[in-house]
Design a protein around this ligand. Structure first.
Ligand SMILES: [Zn+2]
Length: 204
């Protein structure tokens, strides 16, 4: 009986320590929405691409056992402070904002991921790597930026740009389900990789 108790205790302790650095909740923030359509070209609106990708990410994370929270699940306008408030209300979480890019320089294309704090950088690096492992794109890097939703986040937070609506080749791909599925796969792989780093104590 005593041996069994010690075995259970040892198992519980190892389980606790293995979970110590990990997080359980992913707050998924689909950029823009409602009257804010984001970047657009013709009928291709960033707000729709971001929401579709966010919903794919949500489904994949749930299948892996993560708890997920969506800042929006339909075409509604949510203020930037409103998004931050949702993210910060979930303890032991990370915040992943999903966007598609736009620039007046039409030849620019590729993927980039932004972070604002040192403890968010490993997450940004992992998600950028994850996306590039799934689609053949220009690597614009994992970079520092002071975007509102990542600047005001209490937890590790990143802003992902899954390709340029302003570039004709990339716009053609963002319109296709397989492409958004691949971007979602890459984001999820990055989140899993980052969670493993947290669990192993390599990042905090
Ligand atoms: Zn955007």
């Amino acid at each position: 009986m005593k041996a069994l108790f010690s075995a259970i205790l040892a198992f519980s302790l190892s389980l606790l320590s293995s979970l110590a650095g990990s997080f359980r909740t992913v707050v998924i923030d689909a950029g823009h929405g409602g009257r804010d359509i984001g970047g657009s070209y013709g009928k291709v609106y960033e707000k729709w691409l971001a929401l579709d990708t966010a919903m794919r990410v949500e489904k994949k994370l749930r299948a892996l056992g993560f708890r997920t929270v969506m800042t929006r699940s339909n075409d509604e306008f949510i203020s930037l402070p409103g998004r931050v408030k949702i993210g910060n209300s979930h303890p032991n979480s990370i915040f992943v904002s999903i966007h598609y890019n736009f620039t007046w320089k039409r030849d620019v294309s590729g993927l980039e991921t932004f972070y604002c704090t040192g403890h968010s950088k490993p997450l940004a690096d992992a998600v950028q790597r994850g996306m590039l492992g799934e689609v053949n794109s220009v690597n614009r890097g994992s970079k520092f930026a002071r975007y509102y939703v990542i600047r005001h986040a209490d937890h590790p937070a990143i802003l992902v740009e899954g390709g340029f609506v302003s570039n004709s080749r990339e716009r053609g791909r963002t319109k296709e389900g397989w492409y958004r599925e691949a971007i979602a796969d890459g984001i999820v792989k990055g989140i899993v990789e980052y969670n493993n780093l947290r669990r192993s104590g390599k990042v905090h």
